[in-house]
Design a protein around this ligand. Sequence first.
Ligand SMILES: C[S@@+](CC[C@H](N)C(=O)[O-])C[C@H]1O[C@@H](n2cnc3c(N)ncnc32)[C@H](O)[C@@H]1O
Length: 251
Amino acid sequence: MNSAPPSHLSPQRSGGAAQTKRLIRRRYAQLAVRDSLHPDPRTNALAAGCPADWYDALPSRAALAFSGCGWPAASLDPSGLQTVVDLGCGGGLDTRFLAERLEANAQVIALDLTPETLSRARETLIGVVGASARLLAADMEKLPLADGCADATIANAALNLATDKPAAFAEIVRVLRPGGRLVAADLVRVGPLPAEIQANPMAMAASLGGVMEEADLRGALEGAGLTDIVITDHRPFGPVIAVNITASRRA
Ligand SMILES: C[S@@+](CC[C@H](N)C(=O)[O-])C[C@H]1O[C@@H](n2cnc3c(N)ncnc32)[C@H](O)[C@@H]1O
């Protein structure tokens, strides 16, 4: 019997997980030091669901820091939340939005694999009044956080970059308290990726190579122990589809 995991869950797609993570770090380090992480940041952010009035009131450099594919914070009721973990926080716009909405004694733990994106997030958070934000260099596949410490986890365009999806999803479940919520924006694909994308070693780092079919993504989230999984708001996003995902750890 072949007990190897299906290829869409494999930690070794092309060149090994460590090499892929090096490419991811290099790509996001290069993006984070640019003025704008996206060629048309306002259009991208508003199409993703970011409220225009909030976006337009941002300090100019913070407004250029978005590289998400949705606005998962809209699915999260901030009342009563003590700790929210932002996985793959990038330039920190979701972190800022949440920190402004949580109570003053709450915290957002914003973590990212790429140190340069954390520096950028630090800039994005300048002047925030609200909850505290703690920035952490960490891998979502091995979180340096205690079991059950989070009321919610949020991830914007980051889950597809996990080289070992079962490990990342298991970590989400481990750090959520019973009944805690995952809200995410991510990408799904219909059928196999085009051959030229599959053959490109940079595809994983460019948020394409690690994109799963929706049924496989749902199955992997369920397999990790998440429940009440809802995948909505499908919208074309380059050659793939952006979606919103909500799920819970069993109470
Ligand atoms: C497409 S960006 C999105 C950033 C941010 N969430 C946003 O919406 O602007 C993905 C981020 O995930 C980070 N990342 C990739 N793999 C990661 C991992 N295994 N653990 C933590 N962060 C990771 C990257 O460094 C990058 O900053």
